[in-house]
Design a binder for this molecule. Structure first.
Ligand code: HC1
Ligand code: SF4
Length: 574
């Protein structure tokens, strides 16, 4: 151990510890901006580009950056001297001198790390006047807005995109004042292999990367008398939305969500969980078919649109193995505009389906032409958890005091299996609960597959069903997905089914969720909330959902049959 002193407090820390880490152990806060250490998902941004974390070290002439300076025996460090504080202020003032000062109008207002830091440091004027950048805004995609004028070159997005997701879309080009973070050849993001996972947005400290805001489209629909506006809520929203209103991550706010949506004026309030149960019926049927016929194995799950885009770009020779199931929220839209439209006796053209999702890739997914029926899109508008929270605030709803309400039927009932879709491992666990009972004709006693749970990037298990050993794997984060796909490509893999989610942790860690500001424990707590909701449900297997059974009886016919294929399945492109 190495003995050091920080602000007169002594501590012994292991060799290789940085001053920043040692200070944290003493509960001494050193402000940082570019630094981000998300150990659990192997994302460590250590570029030390902002220098906000400078401290004084006895015997050293210059101030040193705490994030990249390792401790040494006997080091005496001060984080709170006038010189250090002045230097920090100076750095932030310099950053602000080349930053649009439109906080009041900014998408990240009240959620921006630069803004908070400026407030913390008491900055009230920007001393420096000079040249400011003017790069224009990239609004080419349906998911992501890139505004380089707000970029502070922290490189967090670059680390996330290249090292964690291995997509390699964003990198620094040019030098000095001209440096920008850009796709190759300055291409608009739409023309790249960006998956729209939104993880770059999740780690951007400012509003350089944000989601495409669809709130006004929803207000317009709600105010159009000719439209029947139907909303669905993704599994992962119910354990994260509360954070926007001061609640703990993982707190289940499903009932309050329904109440808020009623006040906002949606005509019907349904649950994507219902469609997740439906997905399981189709996906479990498909898996059993493929195992019995020993064809197109391993089967890969297909509910994550960023993952779909990733393999379309990166692994085009494997396009036949993903499940052909549309994602649950797309299945929901397809059923709403056929089965429900018939039941309600309305023209699907006058229906607007709004999806509230933890994901920015779902915005792009909804525009894919093949996710439609007779040229009518399955889903019309997608908003994120964050946008939903903004709508609740805009409408002046006191979220915390709302009473609980229930989803409407027939597309509002769901089982515990569907709830856990929102966390990594949940889709596969849900599919196995059904596949096991269908193959063996026996009840599954222990329905919790603990080996598939937890935030680990890659998880594996072997499940004995009758006499067959079914090998399964789960990956979250696209870098982990890449490893699994490379193994399949080279024939090293012996899995039957693999679940892949693009965002580390699954949808609970989605790019449209409340910002975690570097605290990954938040993602685990959201997952715990979903498992808790699963345990509280009377029905915990998708095939037990009575409304799903009714849907097949009244409308779809056989699971994985002709009508189901026409409405609920899709195909992929190189
Ligand atoms: Fe997800 Fe899914 S679980 S993909 O993470 O399969 O977004 O929550 O809605 O569609 O159900 C997201 C979450 C979500 C779909 C479902
Ligand atoms: Fe990279 Fe995902 Fe951001 Fe696209 S959305 S640039 S893939 S991190």
């Amino acid at each position: 151990l190495i003995n050091i002193t920080i602000n007169n407090k002594k501590i012994a820390v292991p060799k290789g510890t940085t001053i920043l880490e040692a200070a944290k152990a003493l509960n001494i806060k050193i402000p940082t901006l570019c630094h981000l250490d998300l150990h659990d998902i192997k994302m460590i941004n250590k570029v030390s580009s902002c220098r906000v974390c400078v401290v004084e070290v006895e015997g050293k002439k210059n101030l040193l950056p705490a994030c990249s300076t390792l401790v040494s025996e006997g080091m005496i460090i001060r984080t709170d001297t006038l010189r250090a504080i002045k230097a920090r202020k100076n750095i932030v003032e310099l950053l602000l001198s080349n930053h649009p000062q439109d906080c009041l109008l900014c998408e990240k207002n009240t959620n921006c790390e630069l803004q908070s830091l400026a407030a913390e440091l008491g900055i009230q004027e920007i001393k420096y006047k000079g040249q400011t950048s003017n790069h224009g805004i990239d609004k080419s995609s349906y998911s992501i807005v890139k505004n380089l004028d707000k970029c502070i070159l922290c490189r967090r997005c670059e680390t996330m995109c290249n090292e964690v997701q291995t997509v390699n879309v964003l990198s620094g080009v040019n030098r000095g004042f001209e440096t920008i973070i850009s796709p190759a050849f300055y291409n608009p993001i739409l023309e790249t292999s960006c998956t729209f996972c939104g993880q770059c947005i999740a780690v951007c400290p400012t509003a350089a990367l944000t989601e495409v805001n669809n709130i006004s489209k929803v207000w317009d629909a709600l105010n159009d008398d000719k439209k029947t506006v139907i909303v669905q809520v993704a599994p992962a929203i119910r354990v994260s939305l509360g954070e926007e209103f001061g609640m703990q991550p993982g707190e289940i706010v499903t009932g309050k969500i329904v109440s808020a949506l009623k006040i906002l004026g949606f005509d019907k309030i349904f649950d994507t969980d219902f469609a997740a149960d439906l997905t399981i019926i189709e996906e479990a049927s498909e898996l059993i078919y493929r195992i019995k016929n020993n064809t197109k194995l391993p089967m890969l799950t297909s509910c994550c649109p960023a993952w779909i885009k990733f393999f379309e770009h990166q692994f085009p020779d494997l396009l036949d193995i993903p499940s052909t199931c549309k994602s649950p929220h797309e299945m929901f839209g397809a059923i709403a505009k056929t089965y429900l439209a018939q039941k309600m006796n309305i023209d699907p053209k006058n229906m607007v389906i709004v999806s509230i999702m933890p994901c920015v890739a779902k915005k792009y997914e909804a525009t894919r032409p093949e996710l439609s029926n007779k040229n009518i899109r399955d889903v019309d508008i997608v908003i994120t958890t964050r946008e939903f929270a903004k709508m609740i605030r805009e409408a002046g709803i006191d979220f915390n005091s709302l009473k609980d309400n229930n989803f409407d039927n027939p597309l509002g009932e769901s089982t515990g299996a569907s709830v856990i879709f929102g966390t990594t491992g949940g889709v596969l666990e849900a599919a196995l609960r059904t596949a096991y009972e269908w193959i063996t004709n026996k009840p599954l006693e222990n329905i919790e597959f603990n080996k598939l749970r937890g935030i680990n990037g890659i998880k594996e298990a072997t499940i004995k069903i009758n006499n067959i050993n079914i090998n399964v794997a789960v990956a979250s984060g696209l870098g982990n997905a890449r490893k699994i796909l490379e193994d399949i490509k080279s024939g090293r893999s012996n899995y039957h089914a693999i679940e892949i989610m693009a965002c580390p942790g699954g949808c609970v860690g989605g790019g449209g969720q409340p910002y975690h500001h570097g605290n990954l424990e938040i993602i685990s707590k959201r997952a715990e909330g979903l498992y808790k909701e699963d345990r509280s449900k009377k029905l915990r297997k998708s095939h037990e959902n009575p409304y799903i059974q009714k849907l097949y009886k009244e409308f779809l016919g056989e699971p994985y049959g002709e009508k189901a294929h026409e409405i609920l399945h899709t195909h992929y492109f190189k």
